[in-house]
Design a protein around this ligand. Structure first.
Ligand SMILES: NC(=O)c1ccc[n+]([C@@H]2O[C@H](COP(=O)([O-])OP(=O)(O)OC[C@H]3O[C@@H](n4cnc5c(N)ncnc54)[C@H](O)[C@@H]3O)[C@@H](O)[C@H]2O)c1
Length: 361
């Protein structure tokens, strides 16, 4: 048998290092190693080597380290995916940018705006592509809704809605150690971005929060919040509601909606598929239980976009064009974080809070 020689027309894959090999990092690792042909997973860094080593072994990754600094110093690495806990995101992104590595950073980009300003500065000075993990934008139904808004199908947005109900058991593990404001900065930040993106071009003006500990009422006195409704007023007059709860016993429920002068568009549904079971006792359906089930395609698409954006920047080619603004960058991360920080102030004061005041305006 004689095989013919083949000259590959495909450019070298983007060599990506993973920082943080936990729940989310493991999914991203598999996307980079197996689902995105234009990328390769070159190394994994995690101080918990007991997480990093088995993942590297499973995916055939040759380099593992406890120190993310090793990835920044490695000339063979083009970009990093940061999936460490939120409190480390900003410092890791700054170090990566200073080393000239492109950054995909899981949400939230930072826990506070002053720290985030340092990220923005480092990204600007490093000349790198920086992207944040607002994956909902990449879910097919959310993207279709955004395209409808852009095409004028719903007319002028008047009411917007976004909700996140995390699956739970009715009791949150280590709830007493969850930092104050987590529901806004880590959970609802997805909803704030979805709303800002749906109502694109209009700045959020003020927020008002009603929040409580209804899942873990005994932690109310410590300031723990597991249930919140946020009202956001936008400069174009639109009013939005975002809500979250940490214990939806029926599954992982994420939805969005834009209601306007010409109609309404909805994204997301509580059932896992469109299949409905009809029986003697009525209707039933499966519901998704895990984020990596509900958003498997979106998580992969956001990283594929990141890889495409970096390659375009590095190789001078065409950046991916999605028809509507999609790739979430520094301004999107700042806007969503400002809303989240304003929510924390609203909880503390019991008053509506101007977002511009949070941004120092
Ligand atoms: N976009 C989404 O829908 C989504 C869903 C889940 C988690 N997340 C985000 O992903 C990030 C990680 O969450 P997770 O659920 O995977 O947490 P996790 O605890 O499962 O994993 C975090 C990993 O980071 C490692 N780590 C700790 N300090 C580190 C450091 N300084 N440098 C490198 N690695 C470090 C830990 O050892 C652990 O393996 C969080 O920011 C979270 O908000 C996003």
């Amino acid at each position: 048998m004689t095989y013919l020689p083949v000259t590959s027309a495909r450019p070298e894959p983007l060599r990506v290092g993973l920082i943080g090999a936990g729940w989310m990092g493991s999914f991203h690792a598999k996307s980079l190693a197996q689902r995105i042909p234009d990328a390769s997973l070159a190394a994994i860094a995690d101080p918990a080597l007991e997480s990093a080593q088995p993942l590297a072994a499973e995916l055939g990754v040759a380099h593992v380290t406890a120190d993310p600094g090793d990835l920044f110093a490695d000339p063979e690495i083009d970009a990093v995916v940061i999936a460490a806990p939120a409190r480390f995101h900003a410092q890791l992104a700054i170090a990566a940018a200073r080393a000239g590595k492109h950054v995909f950073c899981e949400k939230p980009a930072s826990l506070d705006l002053d720290e985030f300003a340092r990220v923005e500065q480092a990204v600007g000075e490093g000349g790198i592509h920086w992207q944040v993990g607002f994956n909902r934008r990449y879910a097919a139904d959310f993207l279709a809704a955004r395209r409808d808004v852009a095409d004028g199908v719903v007319g002028t947005p008047q009411l917007l809605r976004s909700l996140t109900r995390d699956p739970g058991t009715g009791s949150i593990r280590n709830a007493d150690r969850v930092p104050h404001g987590t529901i806004f900065v880590e959970t609802l930040i997805h909803d704030f971005d979805a709303l800002n993106w749906f109502n694109s071009g209009a700045e959020p003006v003020s927020v008002y929060v009603a929040a409580d500990a209804l899942v873990e009422p005994e932690l109310r006195g410590m300031g723990f919040i597991d249930t919140a409704v946020v009202t956001i007023r936008y400069e174009n007059g639109a009013i939005a509601a975002a809500e979250a709860n940490y214990s939806a016993l029926y599954g992982y429920d994420v939805r969005g909606e834009v209601f306007g002068s010409r109609g309404m568009v909805q994204a997301g549904r509580a059932t896992e598929t469109a299949a409905l079971r009809f029986g003697a006792k009525g209707l039933s359906a499966e519901t998704p239980r895990l984020n990596i089930e509900l958003f498997a395609d979106a998580y992969t698409a956001e990283l594929a976009d990141f890889v495409g954006q970096v390659r375009a920047k590095r190789d001078g080619g065409e950046a991916p064009d999605h028809g509507v603004p999609l790739t979430p960058g520094l301004a999107d991360a700042r806007r969503a974080l400002a809303v989240a920080r304003a929510c924390i102030e609203s909880v503390e004061s019991g008053e509506a809070v101007r977002v511009a005041a949070i941004l120092g305006g």
